[in-house]
Design a protein around this ligand. Structure first.
Ligand code: IMP
Ligand code: MG
Length: 192
């Protein structure tokens, strides 16, 4: 598959500076808690979570969940939970760390799931949020950058599992999915 070259949107330096700001803000807000459990949403949040976790100044532990809502750049009917947490979060302070808010369906599903388990607190931090209406959608407590409604890759974000290890965030025009095969029309009667 020929992959498009991303146009740079957020450089390594810009990302690092904003992650530092977010880490300071979160560390101040949660200064009184004994420990925060950072829950990264795989795969997209793995780079952001790793940078954020190393810049926080409060006691913290790390766990992961995995969810999928896209096939390439096309949303699937349901958000699929691929991997759940291994630990009980009852009574714990949880910060859900996600790469990007698009329709909001992934965050809404994970918040409902985790909220029902009785955490002491549940906050959300997303690196990116696409500017688009989400009438009943979730609102993240911490947002790194508001961006246009385009497909972005790099710094953990993918298109068909590619580009994740790019150090910057760039925009691509996702290749269109191949059209469905034509339904075979009945062949005309032979004239021979
Ligand atoms: P939502 O459920 O529509 O909000 O989509 C959120 C999930 O879809 C994120 O966890 C990402 O994994 C993925 N996603 C949405 N938009 C993009 C994008 O522009 N680039 C890469 N992944 C995206
Ligand atoms: Mg994701």
């Amino acid at each position: 598959m020929e992959l498009p070259v991303p146009s740079p949107l957020l450089s390594e330096q810009v990302l690092a500076a904003r992650v530092e700001e977010l880490a300071q803000e979160i560390s101040e807000d949660l200064a009184g808690v004994d420990e925060v459990l950072l829950v990264g949403v795989l795969k997209g949040a793995f780079v952001f979570l790793s940078d954020l976790a190393r810049r926080l100044t409060i006691p913290r532990r790390i766990d992961f969940m995995a969810a999928a809502h896209y096939d390439g750049a096309t949303p699937t009917a349901e958000v699929e939970l691929i991997m759940d947490l291994r630990e009980d979060i009852r009574g714990k302070h949880v910060l859900l760390v996600e790469d990007i808010l698009d329709t909001g369906a992934t965050l809404a599903k994970l918040l409902a799931l985790l909220g029902a388990r009785g955490p002491a607190s549940l906050k959300t931090c997303v690196l990116l949020s696409k500017r688009k209406p989400r009438p009943d959608g979730p609102v993240a407590d911490y947002v790194g950058f508001e961006i246009d409604d385009e497909w972005v890759v790099g710094y953990g974000l993918d298109y068909s599992d590619r580009y994740r290890s790019l150090p910057f965030v760039g925009v691509i025009d996702p290749p269109q999915p191949p059209p469905p095969p034509p339904t075979s029309a009945p062949s005309p009667p032979s004239t021979k």
